[in-house]
Design a protein around this ligand. Sequence first.
Ligand code: FEO
Length: 399
Amino acid sequence: MVETPKGTICMAPNVYWVGVKHHNRRLFDGLIPLPHGTSYNAYLVVGSDKTALIDTVNPGFAEDLLGRIAEHMDPAKLDYVIMNHAEPDHADAGRYVLDVAKNAKLVTSAKGKDAAIMYFGIDSERIIVVDESSKLELGGKTLKFIDAPWLHWPETIFTYLEEDKILFPCDFFGSHVAYGQFYADELGEGVSLDLAKLYFAEIMMPFRKPGQTAVEKVKKLGVKMIAPSHGVIWNDPKIILDAYTDWTGEKMKKKVLIPYVSMWGSTEKMVNALAGSLINKGIEVQLFDLTNADIGHVAKELIDSPVVVVGTPTVLNGMHPVAAYAAMLVKQLRSPTKYAALLTSHGWSGGAVKAVQDLLGGTKIEILGVVDVKGPPKEAEFEKIKELADKIEEKLSAL
Ligand code: FEO
């Protein structure tokens, strides 16, 4: 495991980043590509009476975390370990910190307490349960808590440092990136937002409603800094709050997402014909060849694309497995997609159409059309594709 040699940073008087950057991690949850690695941001707040560690780090990095804390205080003297979220990339090292800090208490939500006992074997006597009425007074530093269920686990809370107006929302507002410095403006606003959008699509998109509630709560706080537990720290919170307002609010663009796979070029010809017609109408098209696309980037385009057109050949009486995977992601990520269409080709037997209909069953997505061709597409199919483009234009104009 590799981490940056750079040490801790001071974010405000007696408030420190003490996390770890994991440059060479390339996959998360066995699913999410991490082309830029990630970081596990943990934060140390030193009051005049008490000290608190907010979130910890991924399995395998506890020693790095303890070393970072030791730059500021004896880790054995920590008073509180705040567990905003029980997923091991932020919570696993908590048990090692509690082993070192014999008198420290773990602070979490009621559901977090159950998770801490179940996943990490924490003694229930060492857990303090907090809710929105709770306060931890550290001496000149006051920590408050915000319920944030389903962002993205049921036990999640945010921690707010009142005097410095710093919000610690764990995964929410996060991004997977290890390179660069610590703050969003150091990495560049555009790059930071792009990475945050990718992260939102992969992790938070299924939870847009609780996300909206959380964004509204945060807006009322008047925060000066948002310090998530992955990626950059937002030193201008308005940038990420505005973005999350759009993403959780399903602010759509006049855009069509076309993920496709083609074996012998027939599907690709149809996809290109549709893309050309749409572009001629002034409609933005995002085209992804699924054989070499980062699936996270496909998910990112789902945030604000009202129309998704899947292109797939028929393989063994069904969709091409790569296209089936993309269609399944659309369903599982509960994207705000309103309309879908299918472009497909087969040699001797169909089957892809039914497979897509089965996969999208149970969603509110309206199927706008299917163009299914035997062999390569001919004039008749290209005419149908033009008609599909007209229908898509009509639906987008009505949004
Ligand atoms: Fe970064 Fe849900 O853990």
